[in-house]
Design a protein around this ligand. Structure first.
Ligand SMILES: [Zn+2]
Length: 86
């Protein structure tokens, strides 16, 4: 008895990007790599993105995972060490 199970497992294609803040000049704003929406790490309102994860090491911000509210892409923000030394 053969019964082929046809499971339609469509994995959600969630795009992930990595942005190194060290390479960003100016106030830290950067366009979303996917849709170009202007994202600012200093924007606390979370209008354009929402913070998904905050990774710290020794009380220092190491990586921030945000999700663009427009295209739902995940963006990993790294490179906070430079900001720390200011
Ligand atoms: Zn986007």
């Amino acid at each position: 008895m053969e019964k082929k199970k046809k499971r339609k497992m469509k994995p959600r294609l969630l795009l992930e990007y990595k942005v190194d803040l060290v390479k960003i000049e100016g106030s830290g704003d950067f366009p979303c790599p996917q849709c170009g929406a202007k994202l600012s790490p200093e924007d606390q309102t979370e209008d354009t993105y929402s913070i998904k994860e905050i990774k710290t090491r020794r009380d220092r911000l190491e990586e921030l995972v945000i999700q663009c509210n427009r295209c739902k892409s995940f963006i990993h923000l790294a490179g906070f060490k430079l900001l720390d030394s200011l």
